[in-house]
Design a protein around this ligand. Structure first.
Ligand SMILES: C[S@@+](CC[C@H](N)C(=O)[O-])C[C@H]1O[C@@H](n2cnc3c(N)ncnc32)[C@H](O)[C@@H]1O
Length: 347
């Protein structure tokens, strides 16, 4: 667990610390929320603490299984409920957006074999994507899931086998930080996926470094992100009010502090990271500790770039090119597909 002293500037590439700073600034600035943050203790948990068990890196437990099941439940809702990402506007719902993305992928890979690598696996959207690709004539030679949460291995194997028993299935209980194209050892073109706004949980520089390490020229990367539309935070607020997000937050608090009475809050605020400022959704639990101090425990932070910001992040260093951007009808959920470009030597 990380704790921060009020007033100390967050390291630029640490999203936990940058989020704590963003939240403190929000408290200070917002009317109605004005309080002396100096009397509060701010703490946060890293992704590793949220999604794995440091004492038993390869062992699952009921808390980690709950984390995985909460994500599954959110995705089930997202796929089944056509109103999600629609906000009363006509146009593609989330499952339409996934199917349209598969049309783009099939134009490139129909009749070919590909390897599919999922960063942070989840079964509902994966089954949808793999089935839609197969139905469009793409041969999926192998499926690999990579996750620091060991609880996902069994359910992912079951879900992927349901799509087609002949796919070779691999699972790596590994931190993304330790991956390279060489360790992944794929022979076919690879489609990498990172769904469920997961990219927003990492500093942009970390995602960029990861993609440059694991993707070879021609490989594709599909990310699903919730976008910030200036002046309309409604879709972001609705998502973080869902019961699953509240339970996810409580799970994180319980693992750090045991059962304490707390209040779940979400804030949409500015976070300064990697020499830029982005909107972010920050979830925290507020409670009073044994010493009578208010503790503000950040349980989740997720960057919410605009569509242009995300494209800029991907393309700014010349290593990736965005090949498709499909949004839901209200423009709040984006499926962005990018390609790793050939390496052109030192500039
Ligand atoms: C926000 S959840 C999203 C899960 C899934 N992609 C979805 O659509 O619901 C983040 C996932 O990434 C995994 N994860 C987070 N940080 C990781 C890291 N540094 N290395 C490996 N896996 C990580 C978590 O265990 C979890 O499965």
């Amino acid at each position: 667990m990380n704790s921060y002293v009020v007033g100390v500037k967050a390291p630029e590439t640490n999203l936990n610390a940058a989020s704590v700073d963003g939240l403190k600034l929000h408290f200070v600035r917002s009317k109605g929320l004005v309080r002396d943050t100096g009397s509060m203790i701010f703490r946060s948990a890293t992704n590793e603490e949220k999604y794995s068990n440091e004492q038993l890196p390869y062992g699952s437990n009921s808390d980690l299984l709950e984390v995985f099941e909460l994500m599954r439940s959110l995705n089930q809702k997202g796929i089944e409920d056509a109103s999600i990402g629609m906000q009363g506007i006509t146009g593609p719902c989330l499952s339409d957006a996934f199917n349209q993305t598969c049309d783009v992928l099939a134009r490139r890979y129909k009749g070919q074999s590909i390897d599919y690598v999922e960063l942070g696996p989840e079964p509902v959207k994966t089954e949808l994507l793999l089935s839609a690709l197969r139905a469009r004539g793409v041969d999926i030679a192998s499926y690999t899931s990579i996750d620091i949460n060991p609880a996902s291995a069994g359910p992912m194997r079951e879900a992927v086998s349901r799509v087609w028993s002949k796919i070779r299935i691999h699972h790596l209980s590994e931190n993304f930080d330790n991956l390279t194209a060489v360790t992944l050892g794929k022979n076919n073109p690879v489609i990498f996926t990172s769904l469920g706004f997961q990219e927003g949980n990492h500093p942009p520089s970390q995602t960029h470094d990861l993609l440059t390490r694991i993707m070879r020229p021609g490989d594709l990367f599909l990310t699903e992100m919730q976008l910030y539309t200036p002046g309309d935070t409604g879709p972001i607020e609705s998502f973080y009010k869902l019961d699953e997000m509240k339970r996810f937050s409580q799970n994180c608090l319980r693992r750090a502090y045991g059962n304490v009475d707390s209040v779940y809050r979400t804030t949409i605020t500015d976070v300064a990271i990697d020499n830029a400022t982005f909107k972010a959704a920050i979830c925290h639990e507020e409670f009073i500790d044994d010493g009578g101090q208010i503790v503000c425990f950040l349980t989740n932070y997720c960057l919410k770039p605009t569509r242009d910001e995300l494209r800029q992040l991907r393309e700014s260093q010349g290593e990736f090119s965005v090949v498709s951007e499909i949004t839901t009808g209200d423009g709040s959920l984006l499926l962005q597909l990018c390609e790793r470009l050939p390496v052109t030597g030192p500039k």
